[in-house]
Design a protein around this ligand. Structure first.
Ligand SMILES: Cc1cc2nc3c(=O)[nH]c(=O)nc-3n(C[C@H](O)[C@H](O)[C@H](O)COP(=O)(O)OP(=O)(O)OC[C@H]3O[C@@H](n4cnc5c(N)ncnc54)[C@H](O)[C@@H]3O)c2cc1C
Length: 709
């Protein structure tokens, strides 16, 4: 009876959703203090549907998605303050599409980021004021025309993004608790929902029959306390050195310790002004005989930078990189001494290319996302972006699982869909890393030599050679390499230098240096198996060649199951002007986990729509039908699909907006096409309505397959 009542409300659409959400959350998850009997432990504590460990960008985006979907969750963060180290800065197209749906986050990023002309280039030079070896513009006119996406890529420091996310979360009623350990907060009965608990370090995990008990050490000034939580699902979004991953014994697979680096976060308005005037760019690869480094201009107008310097421990010590030493390196890279350098933070980090062997464990109760599940070289900017897309994938699945509308196998599809994408992005990031390394190699400064010598010393030789000699050997290798960058060698008149400069020119002209944009991977990634019905009919196979997303670097839209819904402009059928246009991606709600069935106005397609609407109602699946009419369907404006779909109300009639090809061509389908789109905007099922003989059983099969029932 209760489920029928809920279902009848579902069809009434948006107005009812928030009320329904509250009812579901209260009914399904009584959020009270209760005893947990797991056989071995008896704890009394609040029971949370989802506990997220780690308040980095990935954990915060997940908490925002779940909060919007009405799933109660809390976040544990070990630090007492949010990291202010900029790290990620490039936000790719797909992440920006996700952010568009997070209460205007994309627009705020666009407002806060520096103007694109200040970051569209990568510059290769002998110093920031010296000769330019190459300058590559990574933006093309089509990037601004928004042909493939309603939004562009962006450039904003990770900590600024985190600050924006925190503001959005606050508006959703999620609060940061920054003073842990106070007695009232340690009361097990206190409500944890919608809290980000700082100073809570997850230290142990114990699976129970219906969830996980998590122990956190609470850092409260000089005192250390323990606090335990019981949750149905634990999400490990605790970064590259994930404790959660280690506690559940999941191994990483891939290449480790590719390169160690020191990251120096500093401010200098002098340098910002100089680069603004002379050579604005995002990345500056600087090679000279005194210093080598990659400078990331996070915001030229604000004079905010991060310098990445190769680092070879234990022969080099972290302590060698004092603020004064870093300032000296900065001067050598700049070519003069900016007077106002203010070093804010110095951090060592290690580059890996690894993916977790498992994304889910403990009977699907512990799930890894973001850097906890994969860690790539930052070349290409895929790390955070992949993590954001991970949580976009899992959020709607958690909604259906936790509300008992889908089986736990829907959670497994998170791994079968996202792990191959992480492996593909790892390979691409490795390729990019090698492309980045091709420049110093062409200059005669082969970084692999220094790395090999370093590895050899550390593996065996280190035990027989004294530390001081090890350091001298490494420094010898560096100075030999860096000597190749002297003006004497690196000039057109020197035959060796001329040959190297020619080689460099060829790398740039052939586009073989590090690129910024990878549309085929960014927008074109496609799930091969998972919460979808994969079959492709022969008529669409040729057109779908790009659906794998990796055939070429170019993104080719497709309606192939597993791929992201193509973007095209449409307008409400009732609209007279084109001012009301919106993207097909906007057909999918950002506020509720709703599926969309897209059809054209044909009898056979309406029949499928009615069958899917009926089955969705039975299965408690939120669903809306969208009918895409061809351009200039004026005569149908007044009635639209009413006669075909009454008494259903959850449908929308839209009209194509003029473009070179029709919507159905874009989707590699005929106008008898039917597309079922998931709440994460990926296509779950495609068919041609004139091929379906029994709409009812087809609808039943499709929904059962997607929900794992
Ligand atoms: C130099 C550099 C440049 C980069 N540039 C880009 C880029 O341009 N684009 C891009 O997409 N990616 C980039 N990345 C990668 C990006 O920074 C990471 O992928 C991103 O930070 C991952 O986010 P996350 O939320 O998964 O993990 P994190 O940001 O690492 O957050 C994890 C959080 O978990 C907390 N935590 C850890 N252990 C525990 C515990 N036991 N209990 C509780 N809390 C815990 C940590 O304190 C932290 O706050 C770059 C990385 C580097 C190093």
């Amino acid at each position: 009876m209760r489920s029928m009542a809920i279902a009848s409300r579902l069809k009434r659409g948006d107005l009812f959703f928030s009320r329904l959400r509250r009812q579901l959350a209260v009914a399904v998850y009584p959020f009270s203090s209760r005893a947990v009997d797991d056989g071995s432990t008896n704890i009394t504590g609040p029971h949370l549907p989802v506990l997220i460990v780690g308040a980095g960008p990935v954990g915060l985006v997940l908490s925002m998605l779940l909060t919007k979907f009405g799933i109660k969750c809390a976040v544990l963060e070990k630090s007492l303050i949010f990291s202010q180290h900029p790290q990620a800065h490039f936000i790719n197209n797909r992440s920006m599409e996700i952010f568009r749906k997070l209460d205007g986050l994309a627009e705020e990023i666009e407002r806060l980021q520096p103007p694109v002309d200040l970051w569209r280039k990568f510059i290769y030079c002998t110093s920031l004021s010296g000769s330019i070896l190459g300058s590559i513009d990574h933006m093309q006119p089509q990037d601004f025309e928004k042909v493939n996406s309603p939004v562009c890529v962006a450039h904003l420091s990770q900590y600024k993004l985190v600050n924006l996310l925190l503001k959005k979360l606050e508006k959703l009623g999620v609060h940061v608790k920054s003073r842990p350990g106070l007695s009232d907060e340690l009361d097990p009965g206190s409500l944890l929902e919608k809290k980000i608990l700082l100073g809570h370090e997850c230290t142990s995990i114990q699976p129970t029959k219906d969830g996980v008990i998590v122990t956190a050490q609470v850092h409260n000034g000089s005192k250390l306390e323990e606090r335990r939580f019981h949750c149905s699902i634990l999400i490990g979004s605790d970064g590259a050195r994930s404790t959660v991953r280690q506690l559940v014994g999941v191994k990483m697979k891939g290449e480790r310790n590719l390169q160690e680096l020191i990251s120096v976060h500093f401010m200098s308005m002098d340098l910002g002004k100089f680069l603004l005037k002379n050579r604005p760019g995002m990345l500056f690869f600087v090679f000279n005989k005194e210093a080598i480094g990659v400078l990331v201009a996070h915001h030229l107008e604000q004079g905010e930078f991060v310098l990445q310097i190769p680092y070879y421990p234990p022969q080099q010590n972290y302590q060698d990189f004092s603020p004064q030493a870093c300032e000296k390196i900065i001067s050598k890279l700049v070519g003069w001494t900016p007077q106002d350098v203010q070093v804010l933070d110095i951090k060592p980090w290690v580059m890996h290319a690894e993916v977790a062997e498992k994304y889910l464990t403990c009977n699907n109760r512990v799930i890894l996302v973001g850097d906890a599940a994969h860690r790539f070289p930052p070349a290409g900017g895929f790390g955070m972006n992949t993590g954001i897309q991970d949580v976009h994938n899992i959020a709607w699945k958690l909604f259906y699982f936790l509300n008992d509308f889908a089986s736990s196998s829907i959670l497994q599809t998170y791994e079968s869909e996202r792990q191959p994408i992480a492996i593909s992005n790892t390979n691409l990031s490795m390729e990019n890393f090698k492309a980045a390394m091709s420049i110093p190699s062409a200059l005669g400064l082969d970084p692999t030599i220094a790395n090999s010598v370093h590895r050899a010393i550390n593996s065996g030789l280190g035990s027989i050679i004294p530390k001081s000699i090890q350091k001298a050997v490494l420094e010898g290798v560096f100075s030999l390499g860096m000597a190749q960058l002297s003006d004497y060698v690196l000039n057109e008149k020197n035959p060796v230098g001329a040959m190297r400069l020619e080689k460099l020119k060829r790398i740039f002209e052939e586009g073989k240096s590090l690129q910024l944009q990878f549309p085929a991977h960014d927008l074109g990634f496609c799930y091969k198996e998972g919460a979808l019905v994969a079959g492709t009919s022969e008529s669409t196979q040729k057109c779908d060649r790009a659906g794998s997303g990796t055939v070429s670097r170019e993104y080719i839209p497709t309606g192939k199951p597993g791929s992201r819904l193509p973007h095209m402009h449409v307008k409400p059928l009732t609209a007279v002007s084109t001012e009301e246009t919106f993207s097909t991606l906007d057909l999918v709600s950002g506020d509720k986990p709703e599926f969309i069935l897209i059809i054209a106005p044909f009898k056979a397609s309406y029949k499928i729509a009615r069958a899917i609407l009926t089955k969705a109602k039975e299965r408690h699946v939120l669903l809306k039908v969208c009918i895409i009419w061809p351009q200039d369907s004026c005569q149908s404006r007044s009635t639209g699909s009413r006669t075909e779909l009454e008494p259903w109300e959850n449908y929308i009639d839209v009209e194509e907006v003029k473009r070179d090809c029709s919507w159905w061509d874009v989707c590699c389908s005929t106008n008898k096409g039917v597309l079922l789109v998931r709440p994460d905007e990926h296509i779950a099922w495609r068919t041609e309505s004139d091929r379906v003989t029994d709409a009812g059983s087809e609808a039943e099969n499709v929904l059962s397959k997607i929900l794992g029932l």
